[in-house]
Design a protein around this ligand. Sequence first.
Ligand code: SF4
Length: 472
Amino acid sequence: MSMFEDIPVEVGVIYEGERIRRKNMQVELGGPKQEHKFELARVKKLEEIEDGKITILGPDIKDMSEGSSNPLGIIIEVAGEKLEPDLEGVIERRIHEYTNFIEGVMHLNQRYDIWLRLDKKSFQKGLNSFVHVGKVLQRLFKSELSIVEKIQTTFITDPEKIKDPWKESLEIYEARDAKARGLKDEEVDKFYCCSLCQSFAPTHVCIITPQRYSNCGSISWFDGRASARVDPKGPVFEIDKGEVIDAEKGEFAGVNETAKQKSLGEVTKVWLYTSFGYPHTSCGCFEGAAFYIPEVDGFGVVHRGFKDVTVNGLPFSTIADSTAGGRQVDGFHGISIEYMRSPKFLKADGGWNRVVWLPASVKERVADFIPKDLVDKVATENDVKTIDELKTFLKDRSHPIVETWKEEPVAIEQAVPTEVEGEIPAEMPIATVPQLPITMGGYKIILKDAKIYAKKVIIRPMKGEKLGGKGK
Ligand code: SF4
């Protein structure tokens, strides 16, 4: 008898990566419309768990109206002789993988950002209760992780009953993250690699180091180690750091080798501490994204929960599209919030000295990790709404980035009296354009994320015009 014979839909790895569009969805759980959403794993004592128990607090799927958006909390409680609380983060992250195995269920993101959709076809086939989802999770956890001996699951959809456990979950995540701080990348020989999101972005893997938390913010170096120990053939595995090729940018031979292997040659180098050149790739479930603002030569960071447009007029979704999909895009960089607390945060780009804009809620969360003399110099949506306002703000507050502008606004007549020619290294693009339309022979060709290479660049002044500096 199949392990899932009593489940009305198929369950299997082929359903991972399914996208469910709004028009096809029966219900949405969590996601951007809901404040209260979370998933949490807890390790308990064997006697505290009633194996196989599934509790639903609030309306079940069949009680939700078609097309509705609902809060959701998922609590997985596990017990086993060899299970330790250190494994909670790892077990929790498997919820993403296993839920996505269910035909017609899409699970995105993690922790307090979860976003699920159930499609109409699967609902019509009978997938209309959290009991089915709970049973699948429980059976997969036990079969895939033999150290899980007992498991009970709770789904919370009641808008009132979810509030306290949601708040408690935020405290638990913070305590977990705090525990993982302190260890340095230089102090270890092994890093960890996670390939869980390859079903969504086949060329992406996360490289998890003590000072670079996973993009989704749910796997620390310690979690990676715990996961690789209990399931060495699983999606999170150990890698040799290898030779340090560039300590400043964060380039390591072992990381390059792993990225190359896992991306089937698509990604050949990864620079862990910079957003330029060969930045760490991003799948789609990063907590936030760092984005370069050329007008001020600085970085903004926006997180998934930010509903407004950022200072450059783009919402999170557009910025996320520019960085997702396992690519390396100059100046765009998927990151976790915890990475912002790391001394290696965009280190090769200037670290916090290069950050000019953040949503107020993110600034509040990481304020203790921003150098004291910089805290008031980084703008939020409450200070500025446009790039022009941002420039004024940065000047008024003497942000260190302003110092770098001083070299720039030179009249071209002085700096370049006639014409300047420059040879460009073959591997260096002269420009990266998110979208480049070309019209040719009656067709419009759109190149996405185009990198433009040129053998030579000629800068020629136009009569009567001055070259504006990048900071002006
Ligand atoms: S974002 Fe990275 S660490 Fe998180 S699940 Fe995906 S691949 Fe793994």
